[in-house]
Design a protein around this ligand. Sequence first.
Ligand SMILES: [Zn+2]
Length: 194
Amino acid sequence: MIHRLKYGNTNCFVIDGNNGCLMIDTDMPGTLNGLYRSLKEHEIAFKDIRFLVATHFHPDHIGLVSELMSKGIRLILLEEQIPFVHYADRIFERDGNISYEPIKEDTAMIVSCSKSRELLTALGFDGEIIYTPSHSMDSISLIMDDGTCFAGDLEPIEYLEAYENNELKNDWDKIMEHNPRKVYFSHRNEIIFG
Ligand SMILES: [Zn+2]
């Protein structure tokens, strides 16, 4: 089951696994109450969310990561993302946003994209994480074996017709190899294939 939670400007997702739920992205710092409300609307117990992954570390995707980690939710951090974990720190600092604590990446579950299937299987999810860096160098997509894909801020496939963008094409080629049926985005409506 896929839940789309919107408690700000970013679509965040929760998917069910065999040992608890995985959350994909969070909104900005200070939106925890919004998250709680949204979970209630979707009849998801907070304690059932056990894992978290960020499609990338832009501010509007990771604002609650450190808070959720401090509440026991484990972050799945891709090796490809490590250099970018603190990208938003100075942005939040400049904004004077006191509710933000930097992410403690040493307590995350660190894995490479190529080993992500093994980790996800162990955690109770059938799928894998693929590296799709056209939006930002730390961007990943999560693609489940049922064809559900979470692509974050990846630009839609139709853009490939409008202009030449080899990086975007590479990312979409990788996603299409996995036969997606439905692709969810952070800031636009999902697209359905077939
Ligand atoms: Zn972004």
